[in-house]
Ligand binder design. Structure first.
Ligand SMILES: NC(=O)c1ccc[n+]([C@@H]2O[C@H](COP(=O)([O-])OP(=O)(O)OC[C@H]3O[C@@H](n4cnc5c(N)ncnc54)[C@H](OP(=O)(O)O)[C@@H]3O)[C@@H](O)[C@H]2O)c1
Length: 297
């Protein structure tokens, strides 16, 4: 019979949570609702009161909270606040799971900093907003990276608030995946902002445009699979139906329409500039994949 080499913790394992902002509070409520004993600490004590009513143990200091349980989840504003709060605690033997948004380099440095203090480290990037926490059908999840052993040991507990996706031993990879997805989201939102601006001065109901936009963006989203395949193979022409040459030829129409509608094209022009540069340097039969190479410094 295969041996289970992972030392998993029992169901309903106790959790310490540092940070009771909007997200930390949602996480604490999810663990409490699932029957986990939860010890909480927050810089502003008032935010702990409601959770105490729900059954959380409120620690007087971060050090007391860390001392209470092996699993220490951190959900603070930024990496600086994580350093400030953990500096006054004894991390020896602790399993630190840091769900605070950071850069990949900050996450790697924090992993090293925590290991130097005798603890294990797992970094997380939360792909959810607080109302999605504790609601499995909402589809939220956390990217995790760092100690796989720690991820597996606490997998059951970590999957209580939202889903879990492990992306590698490199502690910076969770943050990298998090920021990559959110960056793509901002590009999408920028495009939607331009679309709404185009109709703003007309007698067109934005509520009528919204479902059309959502459906169109959903229909276009799978194109990322072809982009990935092009990057993997290095061949940017296979399966291309909308060539770079055709798309660059269309850009004056987009800019003239913006002008006609009295809309500043500043959200579109940086991308159009890259498309034109790539056309000047590369094959007109490519799609837009080559723009990615122009972004690399
Ligand atoms: N909310 C979201 O939609 C969302 C989504 C995904 C990821 N996240 C990430 O989750 C983390 C927490 O977000 P949040 O929405 O809970 O933020 P928040 O509501 O602004 O709460 C921030 C928390 O950090 C604490 N804090 C800030 N500076 C501190 C310091 N120097 N020392 C000690 N504690 C400090 C605050 O304590 P006080 O109460 O004392 O101010 C509070 O507990 C962030 O990294 C955020 O990027 C949030």
């Amino acid at each position: 019979m295969a041996q289970n080499t992972v030392d998993t913790v029992p169901s309903h394992a106790p959790v310490t949570l540092l940070g009771l902002g909007t997200m930390g509070t949602a996480l604490a409520r999810a663990w409490l609702a699932a029957g986990h004993p939860v010890t909480v600490w927050n810089r502003t004590p008032a935010r702990s009161a409601a959770l105490a009513v729900d059954g959380a143990t409120v620690a007087g200091t971060a050090a007391e909270a860390v001392a209470a349980n092996t699993l220490v989840v951190v959900c603070l504003l930024d990496d600086t606040s994580v350093g400030d709060v953990l500096a006054g605690t004894d991390l020896t033997g602790r399993d630190v799971v840091n769900l605070t948004t950071s850069t990949p380099a900050q996450a790697r440095a924090r992993a090293e900093w925590v290991r130097e203090r005798g603890a294990r480290y797992l970094d997380g990037g939360i792909m959810a907003v607080p109302p999605m926490v504790g609601i499995p059908q909402a589809g939220g999840y956390v990217f995790y990276s760092g100690s796989r052993e720690l991820f597996e040991r606490h997998g059951e507990t970590l999957s209580v608030p939202v889903g879990t996706t492990y992306v590698g031993e490199n502690a910076g990879f969770a943050a990298l995946h998090d920021i990559a997805l959110l960056s793509a989201m901002y590009g999408m939102l920028a495009g939607a902002a331009h679309a709404f601006a185009l109709i703003r001065k007309e007698n067109i109901d934005p509520a009528g445009l919204a479902p059309l936009l959502a459906d169109w963006l959903t229909a276009m989203a799978p194109s990322v699979h072809q982009t990935a395949e092009h990057l993997r193979t290095g061949d940017y022409t296979t399966g291309v139906v909308s060539t770079l040459a055709m798309q660059v030829a269309g850009t004056p129409t987009f800019l003239a329409t913006a002008d006609e509608q009295g809309v500043n094209p500043e959200l579109l022009t940086p991308y159009f500039d890259l498309m034109r540069r790539r056309l000047a340097e590369g094959s007109p039969e490519e799609d837009l994949t080559g723009v990615i190479d122009l972004l690399l410094r």
